[in-house]
Design a protein around this ligand. Structure first.
Ligand code: SAM
Length: 209
């Protein structure tokens, strides 16, 4: 984590949103509570910077209803709520991420709905009302390839208009990306940010017009 001469950084200001780090007092308060995420939802991952940067440069045409899958601390959905006025449902298998998400939502003056669910359990019915499905760094184990690809398949079938998944190019994600190129002509875009932090990876972008 970047350090300043005043100590570790407590938050990033990025494209008009505050992204709280583990050193922020509101996050430290949550850490002292019982909420201990256990499926890697224990910090702000760099892929959410890639996704937010892309969205700021390419605002989606349809973003009335947004789902952030594998939301962790929730910044991708919070950005959509703040910038596009989206109704956001933030989904994660691990309910212990939600107190961290709420601290970030509060810091940004927005509300999002949280839903504890595995990717496998997000139904076509739940996806029918979603315009934009976003996700950052959700495919980090081989066992996640089928659940993530099948979620994308259900989203396409349910008529979700756009799907954007950011990733630091982990091999399970690249397998999902390859399948999405074959099945849905998805686009893969290399993306990087330099400030406020240096991040690089790939965006999987699927237009379902
Ligand atoms: C690496 S973190 C990324 C969090 C957030 N998207 C970000 O960019 O900061 C992965 C998240 O996916 C969630 N997750 C892992 N497997 C899942 C599954 N099968 N269904 C739903 N969520 C899952 C974890 O709990 C965790 O919050």
């Amino acid at each position: 984590m970047a350090a300043t001469n005043k100590g570790p950084r407590r938050e990033y200001r990025f494209h008009g949103v505050s992204m709280l780090t583990a050193s922020h007092p509101a996050i430290r308060r949550v850490k002292r509570s019982d909420a201990q995420p256990s499926i890697h939802g224990n910090k702000l991952w760099h892929s959410s910077f890639l996704l937010i940067d892309y969205l700021s440069k390419h605002p989606p045409e349809h973003a009335g209803s947004v789902m952030d899958a594998g939301c962790g601390w929730g910044m991708s959905g919070i950005y959509c709520a703040r910038k596009f006025g989206s109704r956001v449902t933030s989904v994660d298998a691990d309910a212990d991420v939600f107190p961290y998400l709420r601290a970030n939502a509060e810091a940004n003056g927005v509300e999002v709905t949280t839903l504890k669910s595995r990717f496998e359990k997000i139904s076509g019915r739940q996806l029918e009302s979603v315009d934009l499905l976003v996700a950052a760094d959700i495919c980090f184990w081989d066992e996640l390839v089928n659940p993530v690809f099948n979620l994308i398949k259900r989203a396409v079938k349910a008529g979700v208009k756009k799907i954007i998944i950011a990733d630091p190019e982990r091999s399970p994600f690249l397998e999902v990306a390859r399948r999405c190129e074959d099945s849905f002509c998805a686009e893969l875009l290399e993306w990087r940010t330099r400030r406020p932090l240096s991040a690089r990876g790939t965006l999987l972008i699927l237009e379902n017009a």
